[in-house]
Design a protein around this ligand. Structure first.
Ligand SMILES: [Zn+2]
Length: 249
């Protein structure tokens, strides 16, 4: 089923949004362009004639940052599993049905957009491996995020931009208003294609990355930039490309 991204800030605002169905009035149907004609579907009919709940639940990884955090004190940040509801909605004009996703969950990963920005900045700045990052961000818990998920999300969003020159140009335009910053990726990877992906991902997060480097309220800027990027994702329905993980990288 097709998904439709909805404007919302975080997991909590999404819950409120769902309770009051605010997002429905703001959505435009991608099929017939009708505005504000969506309603929520609570039940769907099954083949056997019964009904089942039309709202599904997914688990996403959200970043939590505690007082005392500063770049280098990475243990003051945690990746937490959060369950969020994904409702099914139907257009009153053309009957098209969609799954409504919050814009901070980009198709192709379960890591939220703010967490993805944080992870990309941390990976470049900290010098830690993906494995070590998973350990730090999950407080040493065994059944926590796999380093593969983080690798795939960061390299995936990089590849999305490498493959789509329009997206890359859009992002260059978006970040052109911020002072330029160059990240040193020389120690990260030697393979040209992984280097290219990582460099593209870093271009994407370069505005907040600068604030991480300079330790100037990086968290505040990270969230502000997340809003900006969400706006772009809402417009373009950007998807994170699925890539294969090679343990040697
Ligand atoms: Zn419609």
């Amino acid at each position: 089923m097709n998904r439709i991204p909805c404007q919302t800030y975080n997991c909590n605002t999404w819950e409120n949004n769902l309770r009051e169905n605010i997002y429905l009035t703001e959505l435009t149907c991608p099929n017939c362009a009708a505005q504000g004609r969506f309603s929520r579907k609570y039940e769907i009919k099954t083949r056997k004639g019964g009904t089942k709940d039309a709202t599904s639940t997914i688990v996403v990884w959200e970043i939590e940052i505690y007082p005392g955090f500063k770049p280098g004190k990475w243990q003051y940040a945690r990746l937490k599993e959060v369950r969020i509801q994904i409702p099914m909605i139907v257009c009153g004009e053309c009957n098209a049905t969609y799954k409504a996703y919050p814009a901070f969950v980009v198709k192709g990963t379960t890591i939220t957009l703010s967490a993805l920005i944080f992870i990309t900045c941390m990976y470049t700045l900290s010098g830690l491996s993906w494995r070590k990052m998973a350990e730090v961000l999950c407080g040493g818990k065994i059944y926590a995020i796999s380093h593969t998920a983080m690798y795939k999300a960061v390299h995936g969003i990089g590849k999305t931009m490498v493959d789509d020159q329009t997206a890359l140009a859009d992002i260059e335009k978006l970040i052109s208003e911020f002072p330029p910053v160059q990240a040193d990726l020389s120690g990260k990877t030697r393979k040209p294609h992984t280097k290219e992906r990582l460099a593209a991902a870093m271009r994407l997060v370069s505005p907040p990355y600068r604030f991480f480097c300079e330790d100037r309220e990086p968290v505040r800027y990270m969230y502000a930039y997340t809003r900006l990027l969400e706006g772009y994702i809402l417009k373009t329905s950007m998807v994170i490309v699925t890539i294969l993980y090679n343990y040697r990288y």
